[in-house]
Design a binder for this molecule. Structure first.
Ligand SMILES: NC(=O)c1ccc[n+]([C@@H]2O[C@H](COP(=O)([O-])OP(=O)(O)OC[C@H]3O[C@@H](n4cnc5c(N)ncnc54)[C@H](O)[C@@H]3O)[C@@H](O)[C@H]2O)c1
Length: 261
């Protein structure tokens, strides 16, 4: 706390976009970046993003489908017009679902790739284009433990998330010379709607109860609990800090120590 009640915060003056921020991990990340002093644009395909931004306070909500490259370009251009710059992109938007590969139709497979991989490409490309001239910036992508070890019924999702890791590594090489870092956060089992929906679907398929599966997952995690948005937000905040100035091209697991079989 400075004199006269002035409070200098770490990200004062910086501008961030967080995709998939209407709820879940993205909402928690957006809240943390606002707390750190950044001006944050919450982007989501769900109109609830406006209410989420209002709830945080001091943030803006924008409806944007990350699978639509023109919409993503408009989101980034609009952010720069409104706030004058872009320092941080968190490409968090994603969808779950899937099914056995032999039973999947083209559209279901392509939709998972379109949102979870192409969406990250569109967002990182648009953000990098405005960061390059300023020779500074941070890109954070969101992968998944399923991109590292992919279970049955998650082939398309896992392929997209493994692709996100590859994309992030290439971005680190290509943008490093411009002072822009790119890192991937790989969550484990997180207490969000995406995870609960997946568990409910699994419970129906395996004829087991949701509660049984939930507890089984919890007990498989060394730290003994599901992850929460704040666990991801803390890492984003660290990556945006000067302490992380030499960290790029990494995939960082935030998974309570979970080790897939
Ligand atoms: N929950 C988990 O256990 C878990 C584990 C590993 C990785 N992840 C990843 O973390 C990220 C956040 O997931 P979550 O758990 O908060 O899920 P969630 O379903 O609770 O929230 C995802 C948000 O993304 C939005 N979204 C979906 N499609 C979009 C699109 N095309 N354009 C813009 N926004 C879109 C949704 O409307 C929603 O608000 C995702 O990339 C997910 O794959 C989650």
């Amino acid at each position: 706390m400075g004199r006269g009640g002035e409070h200098h915060r770490r990200l004062d003056g910086q501008v961030a976009i967080v995709t998939g921020a209407a709820r879940g991990l993205g909402l928690g990340v957006a809240r943390r970046l606002v707390d750190d002093g950044a001006r944050v644009v919450l982007a989501d395909v769900d109109e609830a993003v406006h209410a989420s931004a209002d709830e945080i306070g001091g943030a803006t909500g924008e409806v944007c489908d990350v699978a639509d490259s023109a919409a993503v370009d408009r989101l980034v251009a609009g952010t720069v017009t409104r706030h004058g710059r872009l320092d941080i992109l968190v490409a968090n938007a994603g969808i779950g679902g899937g099914g056995p590969i032999v039973e999947m139709d083209n559209d279901a497979f392509r939709r998972l790739i379109a949102v979870n991989l192409e969406g990250v490409f569109f967002c990182c490309r648009a953000a990098a284009r405005v960061m390059i001239p300023r020779r500074a910036g941070l890109l954070v992508t969101v992968g998944s433990i399923f991109g590292r070890d992919t279970p049955a019924r998650s082939g398309a999702y896992g392929a997209a998330k493994a692709g996100v890791v590859a994309l992030t590594q290439a971005l680190a090489w290509e943008l490093g010379p411009f002072g822009i870092r790119a890192n991937c956060i790989s969550p484990g089992h997180m207490a969000t709607e995406m995870h609960w929906t997946a568990l409910a679907r699994r419970a129906a398929i395996e004829r087991r109860t949701f509660e049984e599966l939930r507890d089984e997952v919890r007990l498989s995690i060394p730290l003994g609990r599901h992850g929460v948005a704040e666990d991801i937000a803390g890492l984003v905040s660290f990556l945006a800090s000067p302490d992380a100035a030499y960290i790029t091209g990494q995939t960082i697991n935030v998974d309570g120590g979970f080790q897939p079989r």
